[in-house]
Ligand binder design. Structure first.
Ligand code: FRU
Length: 505
């Protein structure tokens, strides 16, 4: 979120809901067709296999770690209304990345402020002393946002605090010495992502990557409690159409086995489709400083609706994957989208890896393999096929022409067109249902793909579509609010062997 807007974003949700209900009724009258959903039912956009909170507002994923068979997902949460407000860390766990159980709120705001985004680490060696050697603590590192300080016009209203859990993330205790990293005179000073790194002397240290307005700052700590600055990056590199937020620093391997560091960096506004988006840099991280390989601007996901995503910590040694999840929305309209009892879902979990496309390194985001466990018996698409439910995966091979086109449509004549033509991959949601809640929603979004498209995988759920070309070499995530469920997929051009898989948990 743009730092300037924290003060003015409590649009009354009832007003929005009334508008949405009215527009539904009006569009039903105008078309002369029966609208299948009534706004008061309120759940028509509740996804089947994407995580949503039971009620209230959600934005960024936070503090993700794996421990004892559970993937933990925390999230920016305001349980009392469906718009942004005093931030808590909500909490959910999953054993398989597709079925989520929401647990009680993990971290509440306190006298130091709202609890903004951050990360969590399993402090296996109890370096913080907040647990014991036998029962090491999990330490969450988050931003305190002091609303009163912001209102008074101060610049130092964001600082970093920690909390710890010794019961597998179920309950959290705030550290008495908070904040552990006071504000350093920067208005936007937030979203700490901490990981353990082996330094050039062969010693383990904690590294914090922090967003500081138009750059990231790096800090180092032996114990998660005392932090010293080691470097900065980005003031003159990358996209700068908005504030930098929610960084992540990840060690990865290139296809030929070289070590590289990937820095994810969310930016709002200034994304390629307006509003929020996540860029990334590839380079080296050494002794607390990051050096990019080049000045190229790279986007993680070319759709409008994947923001503030970060990766899971502490995956088991047997799992060498880099697993990511993002917030499936955009600050442009996140607070006015037509869902009723809750707002926002996460993307599907994705596996990140580096690929080499004609000598250029890029980050691929493939659907996590766990999603395959949802597949029911596939239905071959004979040019056109009925969709058995709102939760499906559509998979197809391309015929070699590097051009494709498919259309999803419903009984009201609403449609989404997904294409690759003349080197541009596009999702056109300009006629895909409800859009009058925001002037920028009904649009066609395009992304350049100079190399050959060979396959598509499309994950459809109530309220969204996620397109993975070549299993994630190019990705587009897009929210959709049809007035009636998608009923038909039509393969118009370029796709052979199309299959629809109903997805069920
Ligand atoms: C990104 C963001 C973060 C901040 C949080 C507040 O979406 O603006 O920078 O910590 O949301 O909810």
């Amino acid at each position: 979120m743009d730092s300037k807007s924290y003060l003015k974003n409590s649009m009354p949700s009832k007003f929005c809901l009334t508008l949405v209900a009215l527009s539904l009724i009006l569009s039903a009258c105008g078309s002369g067709q029966e609208v299948q959903f009534v706004a008061s039912e309120g759940e028509q956009y509740r996804p089947d296999y994407h995580f949503t909170p039971a009620k209230g507002w959600m934005n960024d994923p936070n503090g993700m770690f794996f421990l004892d068979g559970e993937y933990h997902l925390f999230f920016q949460h305001y349980p009392d209304t469906t718009v942004w407000g005093p931030m808590h860390w909500g909490h959910a766990v999953s054993r398989d990345l597709v079925t989520w159980e929401e647990l009680p709120i993990a971290i509440y705001p306190d006298s130091l402020g709202y609890i903004f985004s951050g990360s969590a680490v399993v402090d296996t060696e109890n370096s913080s002393g907040l647990g014991t050697a036998e029962n090491p603590p999990i330490v969450a590192i988050f931003t305190y946002h002091d609303m009163a300080g912001e209102k008074s016009g101060a610049v130092d209203f964001q600082s970093q605090g920690i909390a710890f859990s010794t019961d597998k993330g179920r309950t959290w205790t705030k550290f008495e010495g908070n904040p552990v990293l006071p504000n350093q005179g920067v208005r936007d000073f937030r979203d700490p992502k901490v990981s353990q790194v082996v330094n050039s002397e062969g010693k383990k240290e904690w590294v914090m990557t922090l967003a500081a307005q138009d750059r990231v700052q790096f800090y180092s700590s032996p114990d998660l409690k005392s932090w010293s600055k080691t470097g900065e990056f980005g003031q003159d590199t990358g996209a700068h159409g908005g504030v930098w937020e929610c960084p992540d620093l990840i060690k990865m391997s290139t296809p030929d086995g070289k070590e590289k560091w990937v820095l994810l960096l969310s930016i709002n506004p200034g994304g390629p489709q307006k509003g929020s988006a996540t860029q990334y840099f590839i380079g080296d991280f050494k002794d607390g400083s990051f050096t990019p390989d080049d000045n190229m601007i790279r986007w993680l996901d070319y759709g409008p609706d994947n923001y503030a995503g970060v990766t899971w910590a502490n995956l088991p040694q047997s799992d060498s994957r880099t697993l990511f999840i993002g917030w499936m929305s955009n600050w442009l309209y996140a607070q006015v989208v037509p869902t009723q009892s809750w707002r926002s879902a996460m993307t599907v979990p994705r596996e990140l890896s580096l690929i080499d496309v004609n000598g250029v390194l890029l980050l691929k985001s493939a659907p996590a393999q766990e999603l395959e466990s949802l597949r029911q018996a596939g239905i071959e698409i004979d040019q056109t096929s009925n969709l058995p439910s709102q939760a499906v995966e559509i998979e197809g091979k391309l015929d070699g022409s590097d051009t494709f086109s498919l259309v999803l449509s419903n009984e009201l004549g609403e449609k989404v067109t997904i294409t690759k033509e003349m080197g541009l991959v596009s999702i056109d949601r300009s006629q895909a249902g409800q859009s009058d809640f925001h002037g920028d929603f009904a649009a066609m979004h395009s992304a350049p793909m100079s190399w050959k498209a060979e396959s598509v995988r499309i994950f459809l759920d109530a309220g969204s579509v996620e397109l993975f070309v070549n299993d994630g070499e190019l990705v587009m995530t897009s929210l959709l609010f049809p007035n009636s469920p998608w009923k038909t997929v039509e393969l118009q051009q370029g796709i052979e062997d199309g299959v629809v898989y109903p997805l069920e948990k």
